[in-house]
Design a protein around this ligand. Structure first.
Ligand SMILES: Cc1ncc(COP(=O)(O)O)c(C=O)c1O
Length: 457
């Protein structure tokens, strides 16, 4: 029997779907909302300055990522508009660690969340002023990571009691006091998250029922008391959530949990990282997946939580740590059609880009069912899709899928496709070395919309 990878099963597209398929321009608006205006379109063509982007691409190699920093700024403004002043906005670097993106974010966010030594070193290089507002989270931290964090006064989100003991040892060795927050694995899950990271048994965080004993230990053990500065807590229960009701329920459950823990232990936190998990629209063709997160529906809960926390723990530092919500829409993955063929009645567009640069697009980054991403033909944005096509990359594996049964306008060899929502978990979340294809370039359009500059940093 043939084995079917659930991640590569086709989405059925009926003739009715084709007739109602959105044009590329509409897809952009559906996915990006008001921020779509930062990808200007004229006469059905994606523009760069006064000329079509395709003119500029004539002299450039594809595949490539293109990051538009004005969209990052627009997303930050949208989030800030619903955040109370008391909740700081941090950026989770793992979503897109490109140095130019970080420098741009450094001017607009309040801090960074890192997941490795290199990410901390990037903050030190690109945003040194924000080092004190930087934290590191993640299981199995290496000695080098912990030592760097201790030495540079980076807040360590502790994932286990044994990690805390390792931190104590390294703090003693380096004669520094380690700044720590306990990452809590709560007893609840965040409903509707693309990736769940809390509730049940997890590698992430310390089970909430173990927290009181650990706080007690930190407060009574002489050495721990001297070497560990316990600032507060970190909760991160899930990612890619577009359901405001679920996000609010998660935030409320989180603050209630912290209140209980503090009441039971008599501990007064100075810091509380509330996580985030704000999701974006990746699958506009799918009726169950095409509703954007309505930030306005989070406003009241965020304000109530800030007031509640400040009332109990005056001066507490509160923050959210968002990754994809700030950067996903800012990125296009550009790929050129190299070949077009019919195989047993199906039209195939064979492209120079693939899963080695964009694993999530192929459906192999944690998805159970592969769904089509928003892909536009950059010179046919006002043209009604006419035929469903299969889009595949250059890798010799059936996993290298860019689109399945995806309605697009009629296209030819040489035309360029752009994958929307590609600014987060793209290049650095993909198996770049697989099959030894050339490196992928990353281009930056600055906040003023100036011509892309390539950045090999
Ligand atoms: C601890 C932590 N913070 C922040 C994020 C960022 O998530 P997102 O990019 O979905 O906002 C993640 C993602 O896995 C995470 O594990």
């Amino acid at each position: 029997m043939t084995q079917v990878n659930p991640a590569t099963q086709a989405n059925p597209v009926t003739p009715t779907d084709i007739n109602h398929s959105p044009t590329g321009h509409t897809l952009m608006q559906q996915c990006l909302g008001a921020a779509a205006c930062y990808w200007p379109v004229a006469h059905g063509q994606l523009m760069q300055g006064a000329a079509p982007l395709s003119d500029w691409l004539k002299t450039q190699t594809t595949p490539a990522y293109l990051y538009n920093l004005a969209i990052v700024s627009a997303q930050i403004r949208r989030v800030r508009a619903v955040l109370p002043a008391a909740i700081h906005l941090h950026y989770a670097i793992k979503a897109n660690p490109h140095p130019a993106v970080l420098r741009h974010l450094a001017k607009q966010v309040d801090g960074f969340d890192c997941a490795s030594l290199k990410e901390m070193q990037r903050v030190a290089a690109q945003a040194p002023a924000l080092m004190a507002q930087t934290s590191i989270a993640g299981p199995a931290k290496s000695e080098a990571e912990l030592a760097f964090a201790i030495e540079h006064r980076i807040l360590i989100n502790v994932e286990s009691a044994s990690e805390l003991i390792r931190i104590k040892g390294l703090a003693k060795q380096s004669q520094h006091i380690a700044r720590v927050a306990l990452r809590i694995n709560p007893p609840f899950e965040l409903k509707g998250s693309g990736m769940k990271m809390g509730g049940g048994a997890r590698p992430f965080g310390i089970d909430s029922e173990q927290i009181p004993a650990l706080i007690n230990r930190i407060q009574t053990d002489t050495e721990l008391k001297q070497l560990i500065d316990l600032e507060g807590f970190h909760l991160y229960v899930g990612s890619q959530n577009r359901d405001a009701v679920a996000l609010c329920a998660g935030l409320n459950a989180s603050i209630e949990l912290i209140e209980t823990l503090c009441r039971d232990t008599g501990f007064t936190p100075r810091h509380l990282n509330l996580g985030g998990g704000f999701g974006v629209v990746y699958h506009p063709h799918d009726k169950t997946q095409n509703t954007p997160l309505n930030l306005d529906d989070l406003r009241a809960t965020l304000h109530a939580i800030a007031d509640r926390a400040q009332a109990q723990w005056p001066g507490i530092h509160l923050n959210l740590e968002l990754g994809r919500y700030l950067v996903a829409g800012a990125g296009l993955y550009l790929t050129r059609i190299i070949d077009k063929k019919i195989s047993r009645g199906k039209t195939y567009l064979l492209c120079d880009g693939g899963m080695h640069h964009h694993l999530a697009l192929s459906g192999n980054l944690g998805q159970v069912i592969r769904r089509n991403w928003p892909i536009i033909a950059i010179n046919y944005l006002d043209t009604q899709p006419l035929e469903p096509v299969e889009i595949a990359g250059p890798l010799c594996t059936p996993l290298d899928v860019l689109g399945q049964n995806l309605p697009l306008p009629p296209l030819s060899v040489g035309d360029v496709l752009a994958v929307l929502q590609s600014g987060a978990y793209g290049l650095t979340a993909s198996p770049n070395r697989f099959l030894s294809h050339p490196d992928c370039l990353e281009w930056i359009i600055d906040n003023e919309g100036n011509c892309p500059t390539v950045s090999n940093e």
